[in-house]
Write a protein that binds this ligand. Structure first.
Ligand code: PLP
Length: 464
């Protein structure tokens, strides 16, 4: 199985043909999950002593398994945060796999790391980070937030010169922060202190100040980080970044900005002003696999001072010593990505995003971003103009939350199930302040306003 032969050539042709056809589909089939019993019946056991042979295994994937997965790049996949990778990024992902690059160290992956770092620099520049900034692509926002907060803790213990080495850190975050912040606090055995949000779901500097003041002096000394969100996952709300950043600097507390979804819009002129203050961040993240048109799995983690990320995360082991010396030689781009997060081995997961960015240029990204923002504005206008729908909140980025007047939770569920099983759209009900509503997140430039109108019209009749 390690040698090329006629069969593997046939497989190569089949894989290229399938891949090219799949990326070309506009729209791709929406598809839907199947119950386990159905997959057991239709697919059965695939792992056998003799093997199925490549063409049969590929057939099972393309005919049975792939259709049992929802296509996140369908233009009416509007649940959670969808993806909308460019053709070039997806095709280049095949090249990344074929190239077998270990992208954890400069020694092994210099070329890949060089290119990834240019993509990171673009993001870092959009946020107004200084030249000391640098970072790494990790698997997702969850991994990015954890790694950033570990660096925050390292810095806090460093700054307090050992006095806090045995103390539990406190992380201040908003009630609207993503669940991964709580998960990180849990993994770090840190106490998460929640600062209340305002009416619109926004964390303000006043709330952070009040939360901090309410702590005992001992607890205040334990605060190692404050986390703001640049585009909450539920509503797209951007916290008061400048005020919270100033608070953090005043109190010598690490300022982390979670922009996993929203910070992608830093490249869009029409909304750039909403992110004022992100330049104060000690670290921030954004997921290219969400709204920067890259495939899974890819999160950009940026540190204001890359040396802190490195000090907090570098693993020490005899077999790695050669890498440490290599990395110590310079502070420019020649650092080891493995040293900047909670990981070691990593694929060059930033390369598909880099390739697309290098291919199309940054202006194309800005344009695609503005298109999704404009479709969101158009869709919000459609809701305002309708008699059966209402906006639950005013959209600030590309999330709209809609109430269908008179619907009960089961009406939303039935409509949502019908849309999925007809292959029309994937929009799941969510709750906002206890009320069942629909949330739609638009990140795909191929989502067109006509389709959005059709979707809204399909809610005129109640499903029974
Ligand atoms: C999606 C999201 C995350 C988690 O990112 P993953 O890539 O799914 O791990 C964290 N924070 C925010 C604000 C998000 O929207």
């Amino acid at each position: 199985m390690h040698y090329h032969n006629e069969d593997s050539q046939k497989l190569a042709d089949a894989i290229i043909t399938y891949s090219v056809e799949r990326v070309r589909l506009d729209p791709p089939p929406l598809d839907a999950p199947k119950p386990l019993s159905v997959l057991q019946r239709d697919v059965g056991q695939t792992i056998t002593p003799e093997g199925l042979g490549a063409m049969e295994a590929l057939r099972i994937f393309t005919e049975q398994l792939a259709p049992a997965c929802i296509s996140v790049d369908h233009p009416l996949f509007l649940s959670f945060v969808p993806g909308a990778p460019t053709e070039s990024s997806v095709l280049f992902d095949l090249v990344v796999a074929a190239s077998n690059v270990y992208a954890g160290s400069w020694l092994e992956g210099a070329g890949a790391v060089y290119a990834e770092n240019q993509a990171l620099q673009w993001i870092s520049g959009l946020a107004g980070m200084p030249s000391t900034a640098g970072g790494v692509f990790v698997s997702g926002g969850t991994a990015g937030n954890l790694s950033a907060l570990i660096a925050a803790r390292w810095q806090w213990r460093q700054r307090t010169k050992g006095a806090m080495n045995r103390a539990r850190p406190i992380i201040i975050a908003s009630g609207g922060a993503h669940s991964s912040i709580g998960l990180a606090a849990n993994a770090m055995d840190a106490d998460l202190v929640t600062a209340p949000v305002d009416e619109g779901g926004r964390l303000t500097a006043a709330s952070v100040h009040a939360t901090f003041r309410a702590l005992s002096p001992d607890d205040r000394a334990r605060v190692c980080a404050v986390v703001a969100t640049a585009g909450t996952t539920n509503l797209g709300v951007i916290d008061e970044l400048d005020g919270i950043g100033s608070f953090a600097h005043e109190h010598d507390v690490w300022f982390h900005v979670d922009g996993a979804y929203g910070a992608a819009a830093l490249c869009a002129r029409s909304v750039r002003h909403l992110f004022g203050g992100i330049e104060l961040a000690d670290s921030f993240i954004v997921d290219p696999h969400k709204w920067l048109f890259g495939p899974y799995d890819c999160c950009a983690l940026i540190y204001r001072d890359v040396r802190i990320g490195k000090a907090a995360h570098t693993q020490k082991a005899e077999y790695l010593d050669v890498l440490i010396q290599d990395a110590a030689t310079s502070l420019d781009e020649a650092y080891n990505p493995a040293d900047l997060a909670h990981h070691l081995t990593r694929r060059a997961r930033g390369l598909p995003f880099w390739f697309s960015l290098a291919t199309h240029g940054t202006e194309a990204y800005e344009e695609a971003m503005e298109i999704t923002l404009q479709v969101t504005r158009d869709a919000a206008d459609m809701v305002r103009a309708s008699s059966h729908l209402e906006l639950v909140v005013e959209p600030s980025l590309s999330i709209i939350v809609v109430r269908r007047k008179g619907w009960q939770p089961e009406d939303y569920r039935r409509w949502s199930d019908r849309m999925l099983h007809e292959g029309t759209a994937f929009v799941v009900p969510t709750t906002h302040k206890g009320e069942t509503v629909l949330r739609m997140c638009l990140v795909n430039p191929r989502t067109d306003p006509v389709q959005m109108q059709m979707l809204f019209d399909s809610m005129l009749v109640s499903p029974r």
